[in-house]
Each structure stands twice: as C-alpha cells, then as structure tokens.
Write a protein that binds this ligand. Structure first.
Ligand SMILES: Cc1ncc(COP(=O)(O)O)c(C=O)c1O
Length: 389
C-alpha cells in the first residue's frame, strides 16, 4: 500500500493531539481542566432542539438532502444577513449552506488553487485555512499578524511578486486565535489590495456574534466592492451553541458560490434536513440566547484575564471571540510552557505555535468551560503561582 504524498504535508490536526493527551491523563484518574478547545459548553437552546426533534419525525426529512440546501434555509440566511448587517443577498445565487463552516473553508481552496499556486494566509490562524491550500497542492504565503499592528496583516509588506501570483487571500475577524477585531476601513483596504492584484478574498466570520460590551463586529460583506472580489464564511456553531449539529454558510460573490457548489455537489450530499430546519429556527427565532451566552462568556473573560495578569501571564480582554491570547512568560517557548502548565497544574491550553510560527510566545485559553471548572482552574493557577515564588 502506498499513501499519497499529499498526506506527508499534513501535520496531525492540532486538537487531535491535545484531546488525546487530555484523554490519557483523565483515563489515569487525573483531573484535567481544559481551556483548550473552542466549543461552547452551554447546550443548544431548547427552542432549536425542539425543531430538530419535530423535523426528525417527518419522513420527508429522512432522504438525501440537496447540496444547495432547502430554499427556505437559504432565504433565512439571506434575511439574517439583512437584519444583522444590512447586507442584501440573492438567496439563489449568493448563499450556500455548509456542513459546518470548516468544510467550506477547506473546500474553497479546490476552487482557486491548482498545484503550485500561492494563497495568502494569516499567521497565526485557524489551521484549516492553510490546510485547504496544502490539500489542493498550493503554497500558503504567510502574512504575520503581530501585536504592534493590532494583529492585522500589513498588505504593504507582501512582496509585489507574491501578491501578483497569489490567487486567494484569507482573512478572519473576529480572529481565532488572537481575539483581534477588524473594522470596515480594514476591509476596504483589503478589497483595494485584492483588486490591485486580482485576488479573491475569503473572509472567515465565524465569531461575529461572540462579542462583548455592546460591540457588534462588522461583516466583510458590508463594504462596497466586497461582492466583486470575495465571500464570507459564517457558522451557527458559536452563535447558537450548535457545534455538534454541523451547519454553517458561505455568502457573497455568485461565481465563487457557484464554484464551491460545484465542488461540494461532487463531494457531499448536503446537510441533514432536520438540522436545516433547526438552523432556520435558530436564525428566525428568539435571539436572546446569543446575548445571554455572551454575558456568561464576558464574566468568564474578566475573571480569567484578571488572574492571568496577577500571576505574570500577560493577557488582554478581547472585544470579541471566546479566546484569550496570553503571552508566555520569558524563558519558555509556547510548547514548553503548555507542558509545564499541564504537568504542574493539570491545566490544558493550546500552544501558540500550533497556529503558526508567529504564534510562538503565546498560549490560547478558551472560555468555553463550565463556570465551576473555570473557578477551579483559576484557583489552581493562583495556588501554583504562589507556590512557585
Ligand atoms: C476561525 C474559525 N473558523 C471556522 C471554524 C469552524 O466552525 P464550524 O465548522 O463549526 O462552523 C472555527 C472553529 O473553531 C474557527 O475557529
């Protein structure tokens, strides 16, 4: 048997290794508190679950769904975008439901990248952004996201030749893992850069609804010209605590949406219809669940950030996302410090290096951890720090 060479270019998926390590420790009776994965601990709101149950009993939903999704779902997505961002979308041509945004984020590379083609990808970043490019045989060119630049890429620093030869540029705000946010002026700059170099823009907007203190992150699609050059990926996962149901969407440029549809219709058979009906309810039904979730996350954010700074792990409170991008104390690499935390406190975090070279020097804490675990985690960190002095 000989596996394809493309597999050699794929590192093991970041969270698989972390989950395995945590599971091993737990199996040996250790009490590990995990701040590692970004997966809401709160259940999917009950009005949404009720729709899944009702739809599951209807046998018309037991058959193959269409890749394009139910027309009613596409309309609900378009209406949600209109209401939330004031963005008008043609639900027939500019909307495509996804089996969670992760599959769309990776599959879109197959629409733009032929072997050897370049794509601009932020560093650090959610790993599937670059892995899609690698699976398509392309070469990511990494744009550093640095604190001194508010974790925004500097388009002027991309060499002219690279920019001219790139097919695609990834952006992601609110950002995983840094928690950084971007405003409309930045998206305008990105569109200008894309037009100059004939690039397509893909914006990953999975976290626009996870935001604090009345801050409302914008959509890339709000900027004039966005539909000419780009598309946006969104997800119900974080907004409605629906990670396990797998549903998201791509919206924007009709040609890009059609290309993704053509790839996907050859690869998958759509989203189970009961889940599509639940998504319609999520987007059209009461929205207070999102505000309530954010209020809980905000309290957790404030508690954790306070303690981290007290114990010498420098961290800023993000305006959006449920991630704290904290600085590793001097003298450690992100991997060493992650190991030290796990060995000495049984607290799991993600080393920044897992998100790219520029992630070195940071660790990521996720706030999707039940309150009692968070409290125990905070106590453990403070006790450990005092003991170490
Ligand atoms: C930046 C970013 N985009 C996309 C996703 C994928 O979300 P889903 O596939 O659940 O829609 C995640 C998940 O953590 C993420 O962090």
């Amino acid at each position: 048997m000989q596996l394809a060479r493309r597999l050699d270019r794929l590192p093991p998926y970041l969270f698989v290794g972390i989950s395995q390590k945590i599971a091993e420790l737990q199996a040996s009776g250790e009490d590990v508190i995990s701040f590692a994965t970004g997966d809401p601990d709160l259940p999917t709101p009950s009005h949404i679950i009720e729709h899944i149950c009702q739809a599951a009993h209807d046998s018309t939903n037991h058959r193959y769904p269409e890749t394009a999704g139910l027309p009613e779902l596409r309309q609900a997505i378009a209406q949600w975008y209109e209401k939330r961002f004031g963005v008008t979308l043609d639900s027939e041509k500019e909307v495509l439901p996804l089996i969670g945004s992760k599959e769309g984020v990776t599959h879109i590379a197959l629409c733009f990248i032929d072997p050897g083609d370049i794509a601009l990808v932020p560093d650090p970043a959610y790993p599937p952004l670059s892995m899609g490019i690698v699976l398509a045989g392309g070469e990511p060119y990494f744009m550093p996201l640095r604190e001194e630049n508010d974790f925004l890429p500097d388009f002027g620093a991309v060499p002219e030749e690279i920019a001219n030869n790139s097919r695609l540029m990834w952006l992601n705000y609110p950002n995983n893992p840094t928690g950084a946010t971007a405003e409309l002026g930045f998206f305008e700059e990105a569109i200008h850069f894309a037009k100059q170099h004939n690039l397509a823009i893909c914006h990953d907007a999975a976290y626009t609804e996870v935001a604090f203190e009345n801050y409302r992150p914008p959509s890339f699609m709000q900027v004039s010209g966005a539909k000419e050059v780009g598309m946006e990926f969104h997800s119900l996962s974080k907004t409605y605590c629906m990670t396990g149901w797998r549903i998201g969407m791509a919206v924007g440029n009709a040609e890009m949406i059609d290309a993704l549809f053509r790839i996907k219709s050859n690869l998958d058979s759509g989203i189970p219809q009961a889940i599509q009906y639940a998504a319609i309810e999520a987007m059209r039904g009461p929205q207070d669940c999102t505000a309530n979730h954010n209020a809980i996350l905000q309290q957790r954010r404030d508690k954790l950030v306070k303690v981290l700074n007290e114990i010498g792990i420098e961290a800023r409170a993000p305006k959006a996302t449920f991630y704290i991008w904290a600085k590793v104390p001097q003298g450690y690499t992100s991997i060493d410090f992650t190991k030290k935390l796990l060995d000495e406190t049984r607290i799991a975090v993600v080393p920044g290096l897992g998100y790219g070279k520029e992630g070195e020097g940071y660790i990521r804490f996720s706030l999707t951890i039940p309150d009692d675990c968070l409290e125990r985690g905070i106590d453990r960190l403070s006790t450990w720090y005092r003991r170490d002095r």
